[in-house]
Design a protein around this ligand. Structure first.
Ligand code: ADP
Ligand code: ASP
Ligand code: MG
Length: 411
C-alpha cells in the first residue's frame, strides 16, 4: 500500500457529471488499496470569471482581497468532490489550503510555498479518509489567505506529494500527457512518453501551461515522480523524469509558444555602466516580470534596449521606465502584438545547427524574427503574435516531431 497524490484541473471538474467522473477515479484509487490525497482546481473558467468580477468593481483590485476571492473557486470544487465521494460510499474530508497547512510567503496573487505542515492531513489519512485539498492556495505567516499564481494547483499537488512522501504525483488534465506542441495549435502533435525535468522547465516557462513552472521545479528539487495524464481516458500519460543519456538523442523534444507578450524599446539611451541596472531595478520594484532583454551598442555614446514583458504588465512597465528620474533617452516605444516560439531539446547541447534550421524554416514562411534568446537546451524567437501558430506548425514539421514520440517509446 502506498500514497498517491492526484490533481484534477479546471476542465476535469467543470460540471456535475465531470465531478462525478473524477470522484469515480479517486474512489477507484482508494479501493485499489492506496491512501489518496487529491487536489482540485476551480471549475471550468471560474478563476477567469472571478478575476473579471473583481475588475468590474475596482480598477486596481487589492491583492489581499483578490486572494480571498480567487481562492473561493477551489474551495467550491473541493467540497463538491467530497460530497460526490460520500455518495460513492467512501469517506472523504475536504480542506482549504490553509487547513492543509500550506504556508506561503506574503506575496498576494503569486505567493511561494515556504512550508507544508501536513499533520492534520496525516491524521485524516490515518483515519482512512480520502483527503481532498483545495488547490492554488495557502496561508501566509500573517495568517492571510494567499494564492500561488495561475496554474498553481499543480504546485499545491507537488508540494503535498513532497511533504507526505507520496509514491507518485499524478496530474490529471484534459489532454493525455505532454505533447510535442500544444495539440490545440498543432493537431499532429504527439504525446511524449517521457520528458526530462530540464526540458519540462523550459517548456513550462516558455508557455506550455500543461504544467506550472513551480510544480516542475519542486518535482525536480525533491525528486517527486510526476505523471501527467488524462482525467477521461485510462491510458498512461507522460512521466517527467531525471535526464537519461538517451534523451540527448532527440535534438528537439517539443515546441512551446506564448501569444500574450509585449515588447518595450528604449532608443538612444545613454551607453554607460549602471543604466541597465537602473532600468531593471525600476521594473523589479514595479513587480514587472521582464523576460528576453537585448541591448545594442550604437554609435555616439548611446544604445538601444528592448525587453519583453507579459502583455498585462505592459502599462506598469511603461510607467516604471517613464518614472526613472534622470534617465536620458530619445524614444520609448512598445509593441503589444508580439509572441514567442521556443524549441526545447536536451540534444541541442551537442548538436550545432538547430538555430540555422529554425531560422531557415521561419524565413521560408516569410516570418520575421524580432529578437532571439537561447539557453543550452532552448532557442526562443520573438515574432509577430499573428504568426505564432503558423510558426509552431512549420517548425513541428521541419524537425519531424510527429515521429519523435514513437522513437522515445522504443528506448
Ligand atoms: P488544467 O485545467 O487541467 O490544469 P490546463 O488548461 O492548465 O489544464 O493545461 C492543459 C492544456 O495545456 C491543454 O488543454 C493544452 O491545450 C495546453 N498545452 C499547451 N502546451 C501543451 C503541450 N506541450 N502538451 C499538452 N498540452 C499542452
Ligand atoms: N484555478 C487556478 C487557475 O485557473 C489554478 C489552477 O487551475 O491551477 O489558474
Ligand atoms: Mg493548469
Amino acid at each position: 500500500m502506498g500514497l498517491v497524490t492526484m490533481k484534477f484541473g479546471g476542465t476535469s471538474v467543470a460540471d456535475a457529471d465531470k465531478i462525478k467522473n473524477v470522484a469515480g477515479r479517486i474512489a477507484e484509487a482508494k479501493r485499489r488499496g492506496d491512501d489518496v490525497v487529491a487536489v482540485v482546481s476551480a471549475r471550468g473558467a471560474t478563476t477567469d470569471e472571478l478575476e473579471a468580477l473583481a475588475h468590474e468593481v475596482s480598477d486596481r483590485p487589492d491583492p489581499r482581497e483578490m486572494d480571498m476571492l480567487l481562492s473561493s473557486g477551489e474551495r467550491i470544487s473541493c467540497a463538491l468532490m467530497a460530497m460526490a465521494l460520500h455518495d460513492l460510499g467512501v469517506s472523504a474530508r475536504s480542506f482549504t489550503g490553509s487547513q492543509a497547512g500550506i504556508v506561503t510567503d506574503g506575496a498576494h496573487t503569486r505567493a511561494k510555498i515556504v512550508e507544508v505542515k501536513a499533520d492534520r492531513l496525516r491524521e485524516a489519512i490515518a483515519d482512512d479518509h480520502i483527503v481532498m485539498v483545495a488547490g492554488f492556495q495557502g496561508v501566509s505567516g500573517d495568517r492571510d489567505v494567499t494564492t500561488l499564481g495561475r496554474g498553481g494547483s499543480d504546485t499545491s499537488a507537488v508540494a503535498l506529494a513532497t511533504a507526505l512522501d507520496a509514491d507518485v504525483c499524478e496530474i490529471y488534465t484534459d489532454v493525455t500527457g505532454v505533447f510535442t506542441a500544444d495539440p490545440r495549435v498543432e493537431p499532429r502533435a504527439v504525446k511524449l512518453p517521457r520528458i526530462s525535468h530540464g526540458e519540462m522547465l523550459e517548456m513550462a516557462s516558455m508557455g506550455s501551461r500543461v504544467l506550472a513552472l513551480r510544480a516542475v521545479e519542486f518535482a525536480r528539487r525533491y525528486d517527486v515522480p510526476l505523471h501527467v495524464r488524462s482525467s477521461f481516458a485510462p491510458e498512461e500519460g507522460t512521466w517527467i523524469t531525471k535526464e537519461t543519456p538517451d534523451m540527448e538523442d532527440a535534438i528537439v523534444s517539443g515546441i512551446a509558444h506564448k501569444s500574450d507578450e509585449a515588447k518595450v524599446t528604449i532608443s538612444g539611451v545613454e551607453d554607460q555602466p549602471g543604466i541597465a541596472a537602473t532600468i531593471m531595478t525600476a521594473l523589479g520594484d514595479a513587480s514587472v516580470n521582464v523576460d528576453t532583454i537585448i541591448q545594442n551598442v550604437g554609435g555616439g555614446g548611446v544604445a538601444d534596449m528592448s525587453f519583453t514583458v507579459p502583455l498585462n504588465e505592459l502599462p506598469a512597465a511603461l510607467e516604471a521606465v517613464e518614472g526613472v528620474e534622470g534617465l536620458g533617452y530619445r524614444e520609448l516605444t512598445s509593441d503589444d502584438q508580439i509572441g514567442k516560439v521556443t524549441l526545447v531539446g536536451a540534444g541541442m547541447r551537442s548538436n550545432p545547427g538547430v538555430a540555422a534550421t529554425m531560422f531557415r524554416t521561419l524565413a521560408a514562411e516569410g516570418i520575421n524574427i524580432q529578437m532571439i534568446d537561447t539557453s543550452t537546451i532552448r532557442i526562443t524567437v520573438v515574432i509577430d503574435r499573428r504568426e505564432v501558430e503558423r510558426a509552431v506548425r512549420a517548425l513541428h514539421e521541419a524537425f519531424g516531431l510527429a515521429g519523435e514520440a514513437a522513437r522515445r517509446a522504443d528506448v
